[in-house]
Design a protein around this ligand. Sequence first.
Ligand code: NAD
Ligand code: LMR
Length: 327
Amino acid sequence: MTSPVRIAVTGAAGSISYSLLFRIAGGEMFGADTPVQLQLIEIPPAMDALEGVAMEIDDCAFPLLDKMTLTDDLKEGFDGANVAVLVGGRPRDASMERADLIRANGPIFTEQGEALNEVAADDIRVGVVANPCNTNALIAMNNAPDIPDERFTAMTRLDENRAKSQLATRADVSVKSVTNMGIWGNHSNTMYPDFFNAEIDGKPVADVIDEGWLTEQFIPTVQGRGKAIIEARGQSSAASAANAAIDHVRDWFTETPEGDWHAMAVPSGGEYGITEGLIFSYPVRFDGDGNWEIVDGIELTDFAREKIEITENQLLEEREVVQDLLT
Ligand code: NAD
Ligand code: LMR
């Protein structure tokens, strides 16, 4: 057994957390040999509901759960945390785009960035789930000057998983056959799921699936999947979002298999001509030690560059709207 990993989760009484927390405590994020401590954070009106969730977690008698704390105090919640999964914030309804949440959810991330900066462990890693997640991560990062920027990420793993599933179904193969599925840009309806560089059983996807379907059906389906789920379910994705959050953090600490990559929104250092400092989803690889690197040398067609410019411009617009929250 290794020493416990301390995982802080905001929005811990919400829908996503109702799937996420049980899977973390069951060992799916850090494996069967690593005990975990859950530091659950909510706002005061949700503390009673959080008590109920904690009672259910207790009732699972998870052998790996070393400790659980519940709080509405950010400094207590983030104290000594090695990982923070920031889920807390409003979801949209079917009439909204994710960016419409920006002024409701954005300010949450100034105080969360400040609190992480003050009390989190030196090795803290942050994954933002609450929407608009790229820009929320940008706000948190800008309010945490002592934490290295590369520790702040936003979740586009759900988009990678959606894209892989769509391609596997269309090609009638197992989802395991689909690799190198990059998502570029914003977790929004402008994201660019790059099928040109994705592979099915080692072959370019466009050799297996007709390009008309890929450009006309696949891209809009992945871009619009969040809204389609809200329209069908009456609520935004929750279990699949929790699953993606598990994948996001687990793979951050797992060496990526040779030649493959994953989608994660990370601070741009100007790679592929993207504005430096934006939290931009790129194809990334992990070294197994909690470090990521953007995959270089990926060929981008004019079609891809056009799409990537659209999503970059949207992130620049979002940044403009929250200028006052960036220090
Ligand atoms: P929810 O409304 O069920 O739960 C959100 C929880 O956050 C609530 O319990 C609320 O009390 C809490 N909260 C609000 N402000 C908080 C704060 N300042 N500190 C701590 N907790 C706070 O919503 P949900 O379905 O769990 O979704 C949460 C967020 O995740 C939404 O913004 C949603 O749009 C986003 N989301 C992102 C992805 C993604 O792929 N990145 C996927 C699904 C949902
Ligand atoms: C999703 O992609 O399912 C989430 O971002 C929720 C949403 O608002 O679409």
